[in-house]
Design a protein. Structure first.
Length: 94
């Protein structure tokens, strides 16, 4: 199966969501990451063609804490989803 190239709109929405989530982490608005003392960088956000779903990829400065960061981000998924929808103006957020 051939991999399709992302549309310009998918790239724009992905960058905007990446900016929002990175801002939430930077401002310590995600309570589940308060006890984790490492640098978290959102490297990429891939958005589905219908712009309803996305996958965010991250990297940390301490690889031994990846599981803790992933668990914290999963617990904060609803908050991230809500803030991403509000700040980007995307109609559907799932």
């Amino acid at each position: 199966m051939a991999i399709k190239e992302l549309s310009q709109r998918q790239l724009q929405v992905g960058q905007e969501i990446r900016r929002v989530v990175a801002g939430l982490i930077e401002r310590s608005e995600i309570r589940n990451l308060h006890e984790v003392k490492t640098l978290v960088t959102i490297t990429e956000v891939r958005v589905s063609p219908d712009l309803k779903y996305c996958n965010a990829y991250f990297i940390t400065s301490d690889e031994s804490l990846n599981k803790q960061v992933l668990a914290g981000l999963k617990l904060a998924a609803n908050y991230n989803r809500k803030q991403g929808g509000i700040k980007t103006g995307v109609r559907f957020v799932q």
